[in-house]
Design a protein around this ligand. Structure first.
Ligand SMILES: NC(=O)c1ccc[n+]([C@@H]2O[C@H](COP(=O)([O-])OP(=O)(O)OC[C@H]3O[C@@H](n4cnc5c(N)ncnc54)[C@H](OP(=O)(O)O)[C@@H]3O)[C@@H](O)[C@H]2O)c1
Length: 257
């Protein structure tokens, strides 16, 4: 049974995708435009956003840095006044840095948290009053399966995504009873500029277009957690159940780290 109220049909749906210049966000924005939705797209790289929009009359291009709440608030006002409201704010933006215990510095930790936590939570805080005032609408947040449990090389990335999973679960508990949709999106490995620098074999790697298809199917089905690809995410969910002794041994063996 769907955990979220249904979104309007795509040709009536107004969606703001933040983090839409490359990767999963760009592929999702294009797929939503192809499905007939009105889509506002944001990220810092304006030229890349223009390529994603391809002059589509249903696209609004709003370049911004989502760690700057004044920029987010100004774009939010413009998008709502252009459309008279909004059905879904989808926050895809995020960053990655490989950090192991011995690489940790306050600077590299805070830089990643600024994007992955400050950016996401600050944006939700900025849009919340007007969303509540609308009386309906939905929020979608892209976290990661890296937030399920500790993983080597993901010292701060994993912590930021675990925090986003908890944050989004709590948003659901607060907002669902008031009739709002809340979606938690947990991708496995997706081929994008973010993973292109990974020097290890990524299991169950999928393309950004495949990720977008799964994400959009999950939105349409009204799922709370949209995790993909299922063959990988089901294995990781089972690992969550293991006692620490077994979990640590298995991760050391599987990763060689
Ligand atoms: N790829 C994977 O395997 C994978 C797996 C699990 C979760 N994820 C998550 O999926 C999301 C998208 O990642 P991706 O793989 O598609 O990577 P990507 O291609 O690097 O996309 C990241 C997006 O975030 C935007 N962004 C970053 N910092 C921003 C800022 N300060 N303000 C506005 N926009 C900003 C980037 O645009 P600009 O640089 O133009 O600002 C870009 O559009 C991230 O949250 C990532 O953690 C990815």
């Amino acid at each position: 049974m769907a955990l979220n109220p249904p979104l309007p049909p795509w040709n009536e749906c107004r969606i703001w995708v933040i983090g839409a210049s490359t990767g999963i966000g760009a592929a999702t924005a294009k797929a939503l435009l192809n499905a007939g939705a009105r889509v506002a797209i944001s990220a810092r790289k304006a030229a890349a956003l223009a390529e994603v929009g391809e002059g589509n009359p249903r696209v609004l291009i709003e370049p911004l840095d989502f760690t700057d709440s004044a920029q987010v608030a100004a774009a939010w006002d413009r998008v709502r006044s252009a459309w008279g409201g909004i059905d879904l704010v989808l926050i895809v933006a995020g960053s990655h840095a490989e950090i192991r215990a011995w690489d940790l510095t306050e600077a590299n930790a805070m830089a990643l948290l600024k994007t992955n936590l400050h950016g996401v939570i600050g944006t939700v805080a900025t849009v919340m009053p007007a969303l509540l005032a609308q009386g309906k609408g939905a929020l979608g947040i892209v976290a990661s399966v890296a937030g399920y449990r500790g993983l080597p090389k993901a010292l701060i990335y994993g912590a930021s995504k675990a925090a986003l999973i908890n944050f989004t679960e709590t948003l659901y508990l607060d907002l669902h009873p008031r009739g709002f949709g809340v979606y938690l999106i947990n991708p496995g490995f997706v081929k994008t500029p973010l993973t292109d620098h990974n020097d290890f074999k990524m299991p169950h790697l999928i393309s950004a277009n495949q990720a977008a298809t799964s994400l959009i199917e999950g939105l349409r089905a009204g799922e709370f957690e949209i995790a993909f690809p299922k063959a990988f995410t089901r294995q990781l969910k089972l690992l969550r159940l293991l006692p620490y002794r077994w979990y640590f041994a298995l991760i050391h063996r599987a990763t060689g780290l």
